[in-house]
Design a protein around this ligand. Structure first.
Ligand code: F6R
Length: 296
């Protein structure tokens, strides 16, 4: 597990944007918008000099909540500056509340529209969020899981983390192999999220969430955490035992996970110096690769 410790939330947002743009290849997608869906044209004479549409959209997993807002702002700035494009991406959100209709400003549908989708060029119909305005929630959850599979799985997953260590809305005790399904929110999560509602009682009691198994199938994962309120969850995730009591701890089993956190969220880590040294070495390796010089 790679642990990147940065000064503050702003630095986390900027580094997360840089890292994700590079890993998803968002800068390479600039200019593909008019070619998306014209895969038949790949290789046609004359097109070699222009952008070639990718054979398959890049599938990005998205989170809501306070933490990824800085990252989304950075993406929007880069898009508006013409540096990146979402034209050949597809997105799946982690979760949606039960009992809050998509048009309600407190829904995650509304959050995503307001904070990201309406500002960028992700094609209509390519972004998915669990549907909870249905009579059969189990069917809806199973259908969501199937859609992710049909899309070829998630290439790059953005995660936040609950103060109790939840990822998505997989609360403590969630099966570490779980798939998309309905989960009951803990009192702690409802208290944490009461700031987005008029009162604690107004916070929904359930959500449809991607499962832990679903998240673990993502090829690469970037987990963001800022603020002292996340310090214990981060320590348990990175340095504690793997346990369903701290769902994020299962990420220790994933082979491509980065925790990008600020100093406050890092404050309870026992091996802070080691993580900083590892990052410094990573930069030395990158420098050696780009210059062709050997590391002394
Ligand atoms: C949101 C989600 C949750 C949040 C977590 C942290 O889609 O799945 O796991 O990432 O509750 O929320 P914030 O960022 O508001 O502290």
């Amino acid at each position: 597990m790679r642990v990147v410790i940065l000064k503050n939330a702003d630095a986390v947002a900027k580094s997360a944007a840089e890292e994700s743009i590079r890993r998803i290849g968002l800068a390479d997608l600039v200019g593909t918008a008019d070619l998306v869906g014209t895969a038949g044209l790949v290789g046609t004479a004359g097109l070699d000099s222009v952008k070639t549409p990718l054979e398959k959209p890049v599938v990005v997993g998205l989170a809501t909540g306070g933490t990824p807002l800085g990252l989304y702002r950075e993406w929007i700035h880069a898009y508006q500056a013409g540096q990146i494009s979402f034209a050949n991406t597809m997105s799946f959100n982690l979760d949606e509340y039960v009992g809050i209709p998509p048009r309600d400003p407190r829904s995650y549908h509304a959050y995503m529209h307001e904070n990201l989708f309406r500002h960028i060029d992700i094609p209509p119909g390519r972004s998915f969020i669990p549907k909870t305005d249905v009579s059969n929630l189990d069917e809806s959850a199973a259908d969501y899981e199937w859609k992710i599979e049909q899309a070829g799985g998630i290439d790059y997953q953005i995660l936040g983390i609950g103060s109790d260590g939840h990822i998505g809305f997989n609360e403590m005790g969630s099966s570490l192999a779980s798939r998309t399904r309905v989960k009951t929110l803990t009192k702690k999560t409802r208290m944490d999220n009461a700031r987005y509602f008029d009162s604690f009682d107004a916070v929904p009691k359930m959500a449809i969430t991607m499962g832990i198994g679903t998240i673990m199938n993502a090829r690469s994962i970037l987990l963001l955490a800022t603020g002292a309120g996340k310090a214990k969850a981060i320590r348990d995730t990175a340095e504690g035992p793997v346990t369903a009591m701290v769902p994020a701890s299962v990420l220790q089993f994933h082979d491509d996970v980065t925790l990008m956190i600020d100093e406050e969220a890092a404050k309870d880590l026992s091996h802070r110096e080691y993580y900083l040294e590892s990052e410094a070495n990573r930069r030395r390796i990158e420098l050696a690769e780009s210059t062709g010089l050997q590391i002394e």
